[in-house]
Design a protein around this ligand. Sequence first.
Ligand SMILES: [Zn+2]
Length: 203
Amino acid sequence: MNEIINKNDTNTADLNWLELSAYINNLLGTFDQRAIRILEETEKDPITTSIIEKRVKEGWRVKEEAHIAPYGTCNRELKLILISFASLKNPYDFHKTLFHELVHLQYGKLLDSGELVYDNSLSAREDWSIMESFAEWIGRNLRANPTLLKKATNVFRLKPTIYDLSSYNALFVSGSLKNNNGQLELFTKYRKKYYESLGIFMD
Ligand SMILES: [Zn+2]
């Protein structure tokens, strides 16, 4: 086990983007069969706006939950995506956690069940690290997509929040910027510059 994997044993959601990407790239670069399989299967069946809509039609709801820590979980029986209070405090953490759970919903068989274990010499703990890392890595990539973020905000009726360029674009990309005297447009032009300077959060 290398240093990155050991770090990953704590919680993949705590890794910054560089650490998480390095871990995933290392797995793919060494042709780890589990990682390659996850990448192939998830690319075949990507999470789109219609998939997010479908979840709501199936009855899935987002609910805050005090008794889970520190991120989120899915209750498949009650069709609830539970987000911890800790994650709710920060809008980016909240969105990141939501998309992580949407990834678990979409690829549950692949990422939750441990069916990836194909080599008895590898520990279940390492499998868990790989599955969780991919859930987090895919989730952060999806969150960075303004179209998906906008769809999730709308269908799950989340409070709209802006904290980086993606969340800005998710709310303002639709061209609903103008008012009669152009003030809002001017305002958002400067706001856009500010959020462009912040960039897209990935950590
Ligand atoms: Zn997870």
